[in-house]
Design a binder for this molecule. Structure first.
Ligand SMILES: Cc1cc2nc3c(=O)[nH]c(=O)nc-3n(C[C@H](O)[C@H](O)[C@H](O)COP(=O)(O)OP(=O)(O)OC[C@H]3O[C@@H](n4cnc5c(N)ncnc54)[C@H](O)[C@@H]3O)c2cc1C
Ligand code: SF4
Ligand code: SF4
Length: 1010
């Protein structure tokens, strides 16, 4: 068997050395130390194309823990990679190092002084978390990278992040007052203005930095770009500004020597900004705050061409906007295809002539509405005849912005092998040269037989260019290198720079010498020596003291996810017989590689994705963690890295199974992930392939998968079955066999719906079939009876379709062959209802069964024709959804005489419902009855998710997920609250977590009919 190419032969790669390091770390830190291959590899990527196997991962419990970890590694000469959200695009967050992840536990606000306009925080807090925490003060932290929901302050400082509003508020460096850092030797020092006057260590560092800067001042002035955005190399220009002028302007001084008051003026915190974790590890930061604007307005301006949009940028800048952002037609077209983003495209104004090909977002802040309106007026004056929509409504503005923020991840949905990849995405040029840059950049890209997507922070001349290339293809990788070099030269020739805001990392460090010349590279190395003479902090980024500097241009396309070692390409092996079809994701291999690492799934507020991440804040339990785990296992990388020989997919890898274990299969990622990564489907596939390889599924999975049979048996003698299930001995046996948590209550059995249905006299109206799902049939037949009552009141004939199971339970437990058989049988039994034009709908009370019809069945490789399945999907609805949809066409109208008109009803949507067709499908009918008091909770997933929350290993997480939003909302509403929840497991979870009894929306409607 061919052996795996050595990825890194540094001495610390040896297992024995690594084990010794791990045990020293374990004894010193109270946080988590993960050195096993699976966990390490979950930190091998960021949002770039690169993949480098880390040496280990430390998740410190406190920042002091983090400092201890750095000190231990530094003493051992082992590289350290500090990490926040891991959303870097240039590869600076991938390294052969011990990764220290501050994002889980180091997120405190340490001090807030709104009157003096500052806040002190720990490094792992995200910008959104920080701004939420200080909301009541009327102040905010202004830098707003598109990733502000999940980017950490430590990472923002590391990358000197900046966002759409940097023309008004500047970059992170303009908003950082000071940093507490851990130096490469493990010692701590505070760096801020005046630190050199207070602290001997700070003084020594500042003096040495100033000497390097002063010595190179002529070259710094000559070679640093003049663009507002520049993030290449170290910020020596900022330090030179401070030496020469003082931070806030003031006297020039200094002459030819460094005798002026540098120790008062120089603030090394600004040198940390953009240093990519290579100089020191940020342990805390003091940040400047700004007052929130009194009013905001956003104009969305539509153009028929990209050039026309760019030509307008300079005149628009004269109208004093806070942001001017650009999207091109590639992104717009993708947004039209994306379930989540499609509605936002409708907010875009069509140009007066031609198709919509580009959009400018122009934003104004003001003290009040009049100032914003004046901004719109100025805008109209400089763009006469151009189509525009001006928004001042917060939710409309948020929707429009969401499209801009999804721009980058959306690009990953482009079909075909060539993808819009990240490597020349960060050019900044003077705004007056934007048009020329776009024209010449297009010519460069086209000369290599491809095209590119463009989107931009147009106000500051930052153009994110994404050429379409296939990094699996060696020829395209060569094109990648060539385009990278030419793009950098083009940006330089126009007075700009190739690293505008995303930094250098692996992709642009090799181009730095070409840009700055050897003398300034020498200065960068001197700076690195001042802070990190042992070269342990994120080595290889910006500079490297190990003699490997400068990095060869070839390295731009090395260590990629698809070829992590030279000559070691990886991918999904051909010929895998999958249980699902992946046509909608351009094939199985594409589905497996769909996650781009942008980290949207690490958001902590709002939406459903990803419940287990929100509850644990653990990268491993994010959608990205699972996406990476699946990719590594299925592409054979885990097997290969494990024993040194290339292997096939690791279908039964314990680490991967453990990582997937906390996925609730809620389907939120399928919709909320901008790349539509569908972990629920991949998890089912992986689990099923694992069962196949292992020769069968474990007993608990088989029992959970057989829920219909068990429920049917239980409902034959419900009294006896419930007694046994509740009896301590019976319960203990069940707990043991099925792995149930002792605190979890079990759903009660009831006489089946079929037995209670009785003889129904037809109304003569059109027919609706009620699908007898496993829960409505055997646990809560009252839902079926309520459905019949409401629909009969609407004038329908209601028939019970006791057609079998949709297979949901088997799909969730990876029993896919059984699920396919079951689904095919049920489809056949449903055929007559599907094909009969007299049956106007098939209603399904349980959303997770409806989602099987509407989603899983369309992907499962079933025998039944796809046309029949599609017809079923089109004809199937939640009962309350059907009541609302057909409201105008009902033969009769139900009268909700007992509805609490104007009263409050809380609705918790099921996560499949929210992901696939939206909670409004339940809310609308409730509103028909009670009016506007129906409140759709932004409660994400309830945490139960079918069988997920029942088992001992997942109970705690299940409850933590419930506590995020749903439980507090239910408790706050009180015992008398009317809570509607169409999902069986959601109602059950509410009961177990809060004692509050929720009801299915159709039951509320039936009750309100009096
Ligand atoms: C879709 C997308 C859109 C983006 N849009 C923008 C944008 O509009 N503007 C922008 O500026 N950037 C943008 N980025 C890049 C990136 O999100 C930002 O730079 C962000 O601030 C990085 O934060 P993070 O927490 O993810 O940092 P990470 O990726 O975790 O780290 C960034 C760097 O900082 C270092 N670092 C992290 N924590 C510490 C610490 N405690 N001490 C020392 N060093 C540390 C890391 O080693 C790394 O070199 C975008 C990225 C993506 C994927
Ligand atoms: S799973 Fe989706 S949201 Fe999460 S990092 Fe991957 S692509 Fe981004
Ligand atoms: S299916 Fe739900 S729990 Fe699983 S990864 Fe996606 S969002 Fe997270």
């Amino acid at each position: 068997m061919p052996s795996l190419p050595v990825l890194n032969n540094a001495p610390y790669s040896a297992d024995a050395v690594r084990d010794a390091l791990a045990s020293e770390l374990r004894s010193a830190v109270t946080g988590e130390v993960r050195f096993d291959l699976h966990n390490r590899m979950l930190y091998a990527t960021d949002a770039s194309l690169y993949q480098v196997e880390p040496l280990g991962v430390v998740i410190p419990a406190t920042v002091e823990d983090g400092a201890r970890a750095v000190a231990i590694c530094a003493r051992a000469g082992v590289p350290v990679l500090p990490r926040g959200g891991g959303t870097s695009l240039a590869g600076q967050c991938t390294n052969r190092a011990v990764v220290v992840d501050f994002s889980m536990n180091c997120r405190a606000v340490l001090e807030l002084d709104a009157a003096r306009g500052f806040v002190r925080v720990e490094p792992g807090i995200t910008i959104d978390e920080l701004n939420d925490a200080i909301e009541s003060t009327g102040m905010f932290f202004a830098p707003d990278p598109a990733t502000m929901k999940h980017a950490n302050i430590g990472g923002c400082i590391g990358n000197n992040a900046a966002g759409a509003r940097s023309i008004r508020y500047g970059r992170t460096s303009e908003n950082v007052l000071g940093v507490d850092v851990c130096l490469a030797d493990g010692s701590r020092v505070r760096l801020d203005r005046g630190a050199a006057m207070r602290d001997e260590r700070a003084r020594e560092l500042t003096r040495r930095v100033c000497e390097v800067v002063w010595k190179n001042r002529r070259l710094i002035r000559e070679r640093y770009p003049r663009t507002l955005r520049r993030n290449a190399g170290y910020n020596l220009d900022l330090i030179l500004n401070q030496i020469e002028r003082g931070e806030g302007g003031g006297s020039a001084g200094g002459g030819n020597d460094l005798t002026n008051a540098w120790e008062e003026r120089v603030n090394l915190a600004h040198l940390m900004c953009g240093s990519e974790g290579t100089l020191a590890v940020t342990m805390g930061a003091q940040l400047a705050l700004h007052p929130k604007p009194g009013a905001k307005g956003l104009a969305v301006v539509g153009f028929a061409s990209l050039d026309a949009a760019i030509e307008c940028v300079l005149p628009i800048l004269k109208t004093l906007p806070t942001a001017v952002e650009l999207l091109d037609d590639t992104v717009l077209d993708l947004a039209r295809e994306n379930v989540e983003c499609r509605p936002f495209v409708d907010l875009m104004p069509p140009p007066t002539r031609g198709m919509l090909k580009a959009v400018l977002y122009v934003e104004y802040f003001g003290a009040d509405g009049a100032e914003v309106a004046a901004g719109f007026e100025r805008l109209r004056a400089v763009t006469p005849g151009v189509a525009m929509q001006a928004h001042t409504d917060a939710s409309q503005m948020m929707k429009a912005w969401r499209l801009r923020k999804s721009g980058e991840p959306l690009l990953h949905g482009i079909p075909g092998n060539r993808k819009p990849i990240t490597f020349v995405e960060d050019n900044a040029v003077p705004v007056e040269h934007l048009c020329r840059f776009v024209r010449d950049m297009r010519a460069i890209v086209e000369s290599y037989g491809t095209r590119a997507a463009f989107y931009a922070h147009a106000s500051v001349g930052v153009l994110h260019v994404r050429p379409l290339l296939d990094i699996h293809d060696g020829a395209d990788r060569e094109r990648m290198r060539a385009i990278a070099v030419q793009a950098a030269d083009l940006a330089k020739s126009l007075g700009g720079v190739m690293s505008g805001e995303h930094g250098d990392g692996r992709v642009r460090t090799p181009l730095l010498e070409r840009f700055y010349g050897p003398e300034l590279m020498g200065a960068f190395r001197e700076i690195k020596r001042v802070f990190d003479p042992g070269n342990v902090l994120n080595p290889g980024n910006i500079v490297d003291l190990s003699g490997l500097d400068p990095r060869p241009i070839e390295s731009v396309s090395q260590r990629l996810r698809v070829e992590p070692g030279v000559g070691w390409p990886v991918g999904v092996p051909e010929g895998i017989e999958t249980y699902f079809s992946y046509n909608d994701q351009h094939g199985f291999d594409s589905a497996v590689e769909m996650c781009n690492g942008a980290g949207v799934c690490r958001k902590k507020q709002g939406g459903t994705m990803c419940p287990s991440y929100m509850a644990t804040l653990d990268e491993r339990h994010s959608t990205r963690g699972r996406g990476n785990a699946l990719r590594l296992a299925i592409t054979g990388q885990l097997s290969a890295l494990g024993d040194g020989t290339p292997g096939g997919p690791a279908w039964t890898d314990e680490g991967t199974k453990e990582t997937l274990n906390l996925c609730l299969s809620c389907k939120a990622c399928k919709t909320e992930c901008p790349s539509n990564v569908d972990v629920a489907r991949l998890k089912a596939e992986y689990t099923a392939q694992g069962h196949r390889v292992a020769g069968g599924a474990p007993l608990p999975a088989r029992l959970f998968g057989a829920v219909r049979t068990l429920n049917r048996l239980g409902s034959l003698l419900p009294g006896a079955a419930n007694w046994i299930a509740r009896h301590p001995l019976g319960r203990r046996a069940l707990n043991r066999v099925m792995g149930l948590h002792e605190k979890r209550s079990l759903p009660a059995f009831a006489p089946s719906l079929a037995r209670q249905w009785g003889t129904v006299i037809g109304s003569g109206g059109p027919t609706v079939a009620l699908f007898g799902d496993c829960f409505t049939m055997f646990n809560e037949p009252s839902i079926g009876l309520a459905t019949r009552r409401v629909l009969q009141a609407c004038g329908y004939n209601v028939v019970l379709a006791d057609a079998g199971c949709c297979g949901r339970a088997k799909i969730s437990t990876g029993l896919l062959p059984g699920a396919i058989l079951e689904a095919d049988r049920t489809l056949e039994r449903l055929r007559r209802f599907i094909e009969d034009p007299g049956v106007v709908a098939i209603v399904v009370g349980e959303p997770s069964c409806l989602s099987a019809f509407k989603d899983d069945w369309l992907q499962l490789k079933m025998q039944g024709s796809i046309e029949l399945r599609q017809a079923l999907a089109a004809k199937a609805f939640l009962p309350e959804e059907f009541v609302d949809r057909q409201w105008e066409n009902h033969p009769r109208r139900p009268y909700f005489s007992r509805a609490p008109k104007g009263g409050r009803v809380l609705l918790h949507g099921h996560c499949h419902q929210k992901a696939l067709w939206g909670a409004e499908t339940s809310a609308a009918a409730l509103r028909r009855a009670v009016g506007t008091g129906v409140e759709v909770l932004d409660s994400g997933c309830c945490g139960m998710a079918g069988s997920f929350g029942y088992t001992s290993d997942r109970y705690e997480v299940s409850m933590r997920i419930g506590e995020l939003v749903l439980f507090p909302a239910a408790r706050e509403a009180g015992p008398a609250a009317r809570i509607a929840a169409p999902g069986t497991s959601c109602r059950h979870q509410l009961h177990d977590g809060t004692g509050v009894e929720a009801r299915h929306p159709i039951e509320w409607l039936a009750e309100w009919m009096g």
